[in-house]
Design a protein around this ligand. Sequence first.
Ligand code: ZN
Length: 153
Amino acid sequence: MSRRKARPARTSRPARAAAPAPAPVTAESPCPCGLAAAYGACCGRFHAGPATAPTAALLMRSRYSAFVVRDEGYLLRTWAPETRPGEVDFDPGMRWAGLEIEETGDGTAFHQHGTVTFRARFSHDGEPGELHERSRFARHDGAWVYVDGDFLD
Ligand SMILES: [Zn+2]
């Protein structure tokens, strides 16, 4: 997923009070990606490296978690060079609220490409929203990277 494309449209309503700061994610916290594991044993081990996500779905989860913990370095190094932005624009009004993987296509240890269809819930300046996207992943130097995605209804 690409937050640059996912930015919700601004409304003309007055801004609400700033969203409260999210609770810090520690190694012992439940992983933001939704799997029943602590962050340090789940997506955190990929963020810390050198371990890399073995499947496109786990890379998707780890990138979602990287948006939650605002790990720009991880997002950039797991972005395909041909689509990678110069920087990641973390919107201070954005609070990611949960990830649901709906479907995966290929993307296993035996594939070079894969797709992951997901819903990511968020609130933006207090307004709830949902990103529904089918993302494409590929291997780059052996490791899974995010290529791009299509928004779904
Ligand atoms: Zn995780």
